[in-house]
Design a protein around this ligand. Sequence first.
Ligand SMILES: Cc1cc2nc3c(=O)[nH]c(=O)nc-3n(C[C@H](O)[C@H](O)[C@H](O)COP(=O)(O)O)c2cc1C
Length: 169
Amino acid sequence: MKTLIVYYSKAGENWFDGEKKFLEKGNTQICAEFIKECTGGDMLPLIMKHPYSDDYDQCCEEARIAQQKNDKPELINLPDSIAEYDTIYLCYPIYWSMAPMAVLSFLEKYDFANKKIYPLSTHEGSGLGASVSTIRFKAKGAEVLDPLPIPGTLASKSHNRIKNWVETH
Ligand SMILES: Cc1cc2nc3c(=O)[nH]c(=O)nc-3n(C[C@H](O)[C@H](O)[C@H](O)COP(=O)(O)O)c2cc1C
């Protein structure tokens, strides 16, 4: 059986170290790539058909409204099946103390029976927020284990932390 590294991440303007900054690569993508280095798993980026704005403030507003309306975005690149994978690393930024709605779109599409899900969140202070309980509720049949919160500003310095996490479960 195989490992799948699923991630939602957003390059562009974001809140970083107390100010708005343009990020060439999203924090969560950096962490997902470290997991790839440690596990050799396959990568699956979650790409919204209609992405949120590149403007940080507008993105915050769009994401807030989507959560309020329970509006799950269409994702454009999903495989028909993930049956060949038994271990899933699910990586996402915290949006308004939750997982982004794209993660919920992903969780609604598949059967997770007998799969292990290891969540990794990047954040600016909220840690995992309410994301893990939501993942447990949505990913029917999965074992959701050993979640890891990483401060977004430390993503590029988290290789060893992520390596230890992967190696100890
Ligand atoms: C729409 C939006 C909402 C956010 N809400 C929170 C939040 O509630 N708590 C928090 O700690 N960080 C929050 N953040 C910060 C992100 O979680 C953090 O910058 C993350 O590392 C971004 O990951 P990415 O670069 O992979 O997209 C938010 C960022 C955005 C864009």
